[in-house]
Design a protein around this ligand. Structure first.
Ligand SMILES: Cc1ncc(C[n+]2csc(CCOP(=O)(O)OP(=O)(O)O)c2C)c(N)n1
Length: 700
């Protein structure tokens, strides 16, 4: 192995050695403990340590690293106390994730390490977001993300590298090419000669290096770091290496030819470096033995504390609470803290025969309930749904200088629905960002921005396309706070719904997928007033919020909207009208269907509740509506099976059974894809069956 000292001091050379040896000795001990059944399984990095250690040492301590399952060396080089790591590996409550996560699936803000999820690609785009934050703050920093050779086959690899290249982000991507992805050898994983060759396709520089040579790794990553900062560009480094143990201990190594172990044993990163250090007279055999002894003693000492954990105390309320961050995590004070109250009950929405305009009502009482700024002339303005969303977003951009908007075609073009038209001229291209076509990477980048204290809003061009960003939403955004206390300060706007003849992939109602995911909040306004107030609240909220906006309501519904910046509280339903005969509990377009129905059937006294937020649900408001009528119809545009109506129906039956005078009924869209043909679509939509269900319920 060819070690090049270059200008490195003896102190640095020794420090590299210490950092290299430390994870090796820890893992040797862990293997021993595993055989005794005292710790849970992990993925060994033995033989690959030079990559984790060299790369981490080449970075500044406050630069974010996105490690994977074999990167113990990242954690140890960032000086994480070993006893606490042991606690983590045992699932102890005083470990890094309160017993909620396994082996290396955790992060630490203090150490600028972002913990992986099991899925192998999503880490890469988080590094993009962090690098974007550095770039926006004009900080001379890089982020660094690891992937294995197997992980490079995931779409996330392509999306993250492409986005980093297009946005000129200072990210270092490291591939640890150890020849296998579990049992799959490289020749069944990819066809290019070197994985580093892929960089060319992204317009990125790359290099292949010996990942077992600590000096090569350290020197290369230091140089690459300088390049990324100076040029404001990403860089791909492929490190060749070998996994000296099985994928994890239980998998064994039978699928790897024995000769490979013999070859790579000779390339052991520690043995070779030690030999070179001794040859150069930087360390003696005696000093090595002493150091190893000291480290082994230290491991035993740390183990004692590490195993000295209290038995776990399960507090269900803590588990539930920690799914969400509380507001004080936001860098900016909330409007409530700034003295801007929730605007409360909204002005009544009325519509003309064509359902397209609104007449102002109750201005005085509405004004009375609002804390308007002094000296404002106009208080309420008739506003279309689409303009209310635009206004909420615009004012949020003014209110939060650290709010970044991202989405396809949202800059000069103004977005598919023109919500962000004019924003780029006002707020600039840094904050109003066109994205490449890569939903997963952009959700990941949004999370990366959160790590550095930014807020972000991503526009899904259509809610349907959330499927290609699904993993990041469900597994990263939703779970990160529970797992290690990092919040995901991200809003995803979801233009949703049918009734516009757009067919199966531009019309879906997919809110139920997200309602089923703890850690997310899901809001779904039906009026311009709520659209603005809920968007403001979603952006102020430090948690990931999916904001559904119904496309068919954009230009067909208008209503009075205050010109001030105000919030509508997340988690509070709205009584649209009270009634005695039946309750219709609904949201989104369903609210308008119910109102139209009530207007056309004045002989039926209908109680209409607009849920406004689907996660968390306003159970008190649901219960109150059930009490008022005793007969409940759940109405939604989403398809029936697995729709949120089923969930609410179950809750009502469990909790409000004694108030019921009839079975809870559900009126939903057909359990089919959304058809394109207008008549087929009309038959698909729940609206076509509303009368049938109301009659059934009334006559029960
Ligand atoms: C999306 C996804 N698919 C499959 C797996 C199961 N899995 C875990 S590690 C692994 C192999 C990864 O290989 P590579 O990226 O080369 O990294 P290495 O384990 O060799 O370090 C697989 C298939 C997973 N964790 N995530």
């Amino acid at each position: 192995m060819n070690f090049q000292r270059n200008s490195l001091s003896g102190e640095t050379l020794l420090s590299l050695y210490h950092n290299l040896l430390w994870p090796r000795l820890i893992e040797q001990k862990m293997l021993f403990l595993l055989r005794q059944g005292r710790i849970s399984k992990w993925f060994s990095g033995i033989g690959q340590e030079a990559i984790s250690v060299g790369a981490t040492m080449a970075l500044q301590k406050d630069e974010w690293i996105m490690p994977l399952h074999r990167n113990l060396g990242v954690f140890t080089t960032r000086n994480m106390p070993l006893h606490k790591l042991f606690k983590q590996w045992q699932g102890a409550q005083d470990g890094y994730s309160k017993g909620r996560e396994r082996s290396f699936h955790f992060g630490s803000k203090e150490h600028h390490i972002c913990g992986m999820i099991s899925h192998l690609g999503p880490q890469l785009a988080i590094a993009d977001g962090v690098a974007l934050a550095y770039k926006l703050k004009e900080q001379a920093k890089v982020s660094l993300a690891f992937t294995g050779d197997g992980g490079t086959s995931e779409g996330d690899f392509h999306e993250a590298l492409n986005t980093a290249a297009v946005w000129d982000l200072p990210v270092i991507f490291i591939i640890e090419n150890n020849g296998y992805g579990l049992s799959t050898p490289a020749n069944e994983q990819y066809r290019c000669e070197n994985l580093a060759d892929r960089a060319k396709g992204y317009g990125m520089e790359s290099v292949v290096i010996d990942g077992n040579n600590i000096l090569t790794v350290y020197d290369t990553i230091k140089g690459v770091r300088d390049y990324c900062i100076r040029e404001q560009k990403p860089y791909l480094v492929e490190c060749t290496t070998f996994r000296m143990r099985g994928h994890e201990e239980a998998s064994g190594t039978k699928y790897v030819p024995k000769e490979l172990f013999d070859i790579w044993q000779l390339k052991d990163p520690i043995k070779n470096y030690e030999a070179w250090l001794m040859k150069e007279g930087i360390i003696t055999q005696l000093q090595i033995s002493d150091l190893q002894l000291q480290m082994k003693e230290k491991i035993e000492e740390e183990l004692k504390t590490g195993f000295d954990s209290r038995p776990i105390v399960v507090k269900v309320e803590d588990e539930l609470r920690d799914m969400y961050a509380t507001l004080d995590l936001t860098p900016n004070p909330s409007p409530k803290e700034r003295g801007i109250a929730d605007a409360g009950q909204q002005p009544l929405l009325t519509r003309d025969a064509n359902n397209i305009s609104a007449a102002p009502q109750r201005e005085a009482s509405a004004a009375g309930s609002l804390s308007f700024g002094e000296g404002r002339g106009e208080v309420l303005r008739k506003t279309r749904m689409i303009d209310a969303i635009k206004e909420g977003l615009y004012q949020s951009m003014q209110h939060h200088p650290d709010l970044i908007l991202m989405g396809q075609d949202i800059a000069e073009y103004g977005g598919a629905f023109k919500i962000t038209e004019g924003f780029v001229q006002e707020f600039g291209k840094s904050r109003v960002r066109n994205t490449p076509l890569c939903e997963s990477a952009i959700v990941g980048a949004a999370l990366g921005l959160s790590l550095e204290g930014f807020k972000s809003m991503m526009e899904m061009q259509f809610a349907d396309f959330a499927t290609v960003g699904f993993n990041q939403i469900i597994n990263n955004l939703a779970k990160i706070h529970y797992r290690w206390g990092q919040n995901a300060d991200v809003v995803i706007r979801m233009p949703t719904g049918g009734g516009v003849g757009a067919g199966p992939f531009h019309s879906q109602s997919n809110e139920a997928w997200f309602v089923h995911t703890p850690g997310l909040k899901v809001v779904y306004p039906s009026t311009p007033y709520d659209a603005k107030g809920l968007l403001v609240a979603a952006i102020n909220d430090p948690n990931p919020v999916l904001y559904f906006e119904h496309k068919a309501l954009y230009r067909s519904v208008s209503g009075e909207v205050p010109e001030i910046y105000y919030e509508v509280e997340i988690g509070k339903a709205r009584i649209v009208q009270t009634g005695d005969d039946i309750s219709i509990i609904t949201y989104g377009a369903g609210v308008h269907w119910a109102e139209d129905y009530a207007m056309e059937h004045t002989h039926i006294s209908i109680d209409i509740l607009d849920l406004r937020t689907l996660l968390p649900l306003d159970y008190a408001a649901i219960e109150a509506s059930v009490k008022r009528t005793g007969k409940v119809l759940l109405l939604h545009e989403d398809t029936l099976i697995g729709g949120i109506g089923g969930e609410i129906a179950a809750w009502i039956v469990e909790n409000c059974f004694s108030y019921l005078d009839a079975p809870v009924m559900r009126c939903a869209s057909l359990d089919t894809a959304v058809p394109f043909n207008v008549e087929l679509e009309a038959a698909f939509l729940a609206k076509s069956r509303l009368d049938e269900y109301v009659q059934k319920l009334i006559s029960y």
